[in-house]
Design a protein around this ligand. Structure first.
Ligand SMILES: Nc1ncnc2c1ncn2[C@@H]1O[C@H](COP(=O)(O)OP(=O)(O)OP(=O)(O)O)[C@@H](O)[C@H]1O
Ligand SMILES: Cc1ncsc1CCO
Ligand SMILES: [Mg+2]
Length: 266
């Protein structure tokens, strides 16, 4: 079961989400967190990492443009460690992780901090499943068995997995949520995945079952995208603004009415 009312609890508590953003999409990511009901803050400064994280409910580390320059890595580790100390969830978005520099960067990071959630497209999650999958830069291409890949990634890493795409898979390796809502214009809007990776954090309220929170967050993004897309067929520009409108206007009743998902137990 999914508790659609969790969306109202998010809005009632305005959780702070600290994001290490990539330099391509920080504005839409901040807006996404804001309109769904959270409070975004981005930071690049290790000296303030602990103070920021102490106000937060989750930390999202987007590795899309992270550099080897020591400050980037030091900041990622500082945010991750501060979250680990407070037992707050850490979400990573391993953009284009199959590029060797990026694979090594993530592996290095995972030696330093405990990560709880990986959010990526099918090609990115396939990397953690040890399955060869094609990718084109930031995009997933080719066909993989998304459910099997997500389960294998969860089992290999011990982390919760959110695999996004035409159908989204949210799994801990045993229980699987399959979310079928969405719209192809989400894929045309660069940063939809980045938005989702930070939105995930807003649903991980204290005491909340993490897998269910991730599933509801993923469903929220997919339903909002579907509603925005249906009103803006063939119009990626206006779609991008409409997506924020639909996230802002989303309600538990709309999630119940339009949500197309199933829960599969191993
Ligand atoms: N073809 C599609 N049809 C429906 N929904 C889609 C489609 N492709 C992606 N989505 C949705 O778009 C959102 C982002 O997922 P996607 O897999 O595109 O992330 P991504 O590849 O990391 O994107 P980006 O790198 O641009 O941030 C998710 O909510 C997902 O459900
Ligand atoms: C285009 C792009 N390049 C690195 S990160 C990013 C945004 C999508 O994640
Ligand atoms: Mg991405």
């Amino acid at each position: 079961m999914l508790n659609y009312q969790l969306l109202d609890q998010v809005r009632a508590t305005t959780p702070v989400i600290v994001t290490f953003a990539n330099y391509v999409t920080p504005q839409i990511v901040a807006n996404a967190v804001n309109v769904i009901g959270g409070s975004p803050i981005m930071s690049l400064e290790p000296a303030e990492a602990a103070a920021l994280v102490s106000m937060a409910t989750a930390v999202t580390l987007n590795l899309g443009t992270a550099q080897s320059a020591e400050l980037d890595f030091v900041e990622l580790v500082a945010l991750g460690k501060a979250a680990n100390e407070l037992n707050l969830p850490v979400i990573i978005d391993p953009v284009a992780v199959s590029v060797p520099f990026r694979s090594q960067y993530v592996a290095r990071l995972l030696k330093e901090i405990k990560v709880d959630v990986i959010r990526g497209n099918a090609s990115e999650i396939a990397h953690f499943a040890g399955v060869a999958a094609e990718s084109r830069g930031i995009d997933a291409v080719g066909e993989v068995d998304i459910e099997a890949v997500a389960i294998a990634a969860a089992k290999n890493t011990g982390m919760l997995i959110v695999l996004s795409g035409p159908t989204d898979i949210v799994t801990d390796g045993n229980k699987v949520y399959k979310i079928k809502n969405g719209h192809e214009l989400l894929a045309a809007n660069v940063g939809s995945g980045d938005m989702l990776s930070s939105i995930l954090g807003t649903f991980l309220l204290k005491g909340q079952d993490r897998l269910e929170g991730l599933a509801l967050a993923t469903l929220s993004m997919a339903v909002a995208g579907q509603l925005a897309g249906q009103k803006n067929e063939g119009k990626p520009g206006t779609f991008s603004a409409a997506l924020l409108d639909e996230l802002y206007q989303l309600t538990p009743a709309k999630l119940e009415q339009f949500g197309d998902w199933e829960e599969i137990n191993d």
